[in-house]
Design a protein around this ligand. Structure first.
Ligand code: 0L1
Ligand code: MG
Length: 267
């Protein structure tokens, strides 16, 4: 992927500072391609990589990764046609049923996802869904709180990848299961906002099987020169479209066989 990097080192650092500032101060910025229209997906990952380097240098701990834009509903909602990945740190993790402050976010949205916890390291290229299942310790339901730092949630792939695929917060919960205890392809989920159903779907919406999304993620990591270490927490992508939230909202995802995971939002 590095062969397609068009940005200079100075531009990568400048854009990383812009994204980092928007994330830290929760303020919107124009998409990066407004200034750099020729930006490639590889440029987006170069900025994301620099962002990760800076967070880790500040003491944040890498705890896992997320696959994004892995369902048709998400791709249609955001007007893109290729999945992406982003990194997850300890500072983004929140306990189940906790109160998440919207003051630290620009315009949060919630997604329901199947999360995988790995017992063995995985490396691409050529990683398959079977490899993923063999390396999975357990799966559990998760809510991802995404927050694009771009005005109006309007972006293209290079920009959103630079913004760490809109990663902001994540919550794991419900009931952890071994991957061979459940049919991971046909898990149903109902997403509720303040007790009312706002979306529903089945896990096959995620690239046909959530393990396919994790394999895709491992193969993208290989292009970035990274592996997926044992112990990683990995989210496979939103099953339905993302739902906007505001202070006072309570979100729950009721998963077949995996239980319920909930979170609420405060100012
Ligand atoms: O987790 C996701 O699917 C989000 C990826 C980035 C696109 C978005 O902000 O909706
Ligand atoms: Mg997601």
């Amino acid at each position: 992927m590095s062969a397609n990097i068009t940005l200079s080192r100075e531009d990568i650092v400048r854009l990383t500072e812009r994204v980092e500032g928007a994330q830290a101060r929760a303020h919107g910025i124009p998409k990066l391609t407004d200034e750099y229209p020729a930006m490639t997906i590889a440029d987006g990952y170069a900025v994301q990589g620099e962002l990760r380097r800076r967070y880790l240098a500040k003491g944040h701990r890498l705890v896992g990764w997320k696959a994004g834009l892995t369902s048709k509903a998400k791709m249609v909602q955001m007007g893109v046609n290729v999945p992406s990945v982003g990194f997850l740190t300890d500072r983004m993790a929140r306990p189940e049923n906790s109160a998440i402050s919207t003051a630290d976010l620009v315009h949060p949205r919630v997604e329901c996802e199947v999360a995988f916890v790995m017992k063995a390291e995985l490396k691409g290229p050529g990683c398959t869904a079977q490899d993923v299942l063999a390396a999975t310790d357990y799966v559990l339901p998760a809510l991802e709180i995404i927050d694009s730092r771009f005005y109006g949630f309007k972006f293209d792939l290079p920009s959103v990848i630079a913004d760490n695929s809109s990663s902001a917060r994540f919550v794991g919960g419900g009931r952890a299961r071994y991957p061979d205890e459940v049919d991971l392809r046909t898990l149903g989920v109902v997403l509720e906002k303040n007790g009312e159903m706002v979306a529903n779907g089945a896990s096959a919406a995620v690239l046909g099987h959530p393990a396919e999304a994790i394999a895709m993620l491992v193969n993208i990591l290989a292009e970035l020169g990274e592996i997926l270490p044992a112990g990683s927490f990995v989210m496979s992508g939103g099953i339905t479209e993302a739902i906007a939230v505001k202070p006072g909202d309570h979100m729950s995802a009721r998963f077949q066989d995996l239980g319920i995971v909930s979170v609420r939002f405060v100012a």
